[in-house]
Design a protein around this ligand. Sequence first.
Ligand SMILES: [Zn+2]
Length: 290
Amino acid sequence: MNASQSQWFDHNYYSTYRIASRVERLALYPDYRFLESLMLDNGILPFLPHWQKDSALHKFIRYTADEILESDNDGNRIILFGSDPMNPKRTLPIEAALVLYGMQDKVSFVAPDIPPAIRTEGGVTHYETAVELQDACYDYFLELRLTKTYEDFLARISSEVFHIMFTNRVALQALHEYLSRYVREFRQESNEQDSGYTKYLKEPGILKRTKIPKWAQRAVYFRDRGTCTKCTRDLTGLVNRWSAENFDHMVPLAQGGLNDVTNLQLLCAECNNKKADNFHLTSNRYQNWY
Ligand SMILES: [Zn+2]
């Protein structure tokens, strides 16, 4: 999946902030039960290759968005939507989203009109979505999930959420701390199938140091506005502004950090030297727009 291949995209802001806020919370306070299936069976493997444009954050967002979409479309929320306003269709939120994103011409799933089960308990009336309706939605969603359309939709969502989260260095560092535990635990001999990934390792649990590609340097340089994220020193005047030494792995490689654009920040040479032995925390300090 190439989540951010093209230079421009139109932001539709579909649930962007809701997904971003869930991703942020998961990064800062990992919910191991929720994340279990992401990391199951060496789930860390896709994160290991160096400098993927489909960054660790993109992958994390897709996983989270997928879970959110699943629960949004379980049949408990039926909406009215369609090209004919006089005759809207009963459908699922994701159908409306696919049409709005231009990924589908029209609504392709009409939810059966089954009234909710009504139950009264202690004088309180409860409305419960009929099981048949839930089943119909579940079946539809399961099938949709296997399609290219759904994969493309998740890729779009992940670029949108990435766009607003890339500046959140504190959340990014936390995300990479979470992932680093799995990198440290990864042993090349653990599984025959995983041997293709050993080329990325310097030694068990530690990735090789490799050259940072220009696109990643550029992204981090502009995000951090050419200033040291620690002491705010202006680095734009440097003779070699793309000096590799100013790009710091927030979670160091030696501690299981990834070669990933979302694990980088700008540091001046002095702050970088100071960081060497003690684990430096990043900041969410920004320059005002004006
Ligand atoms: Zn500095």
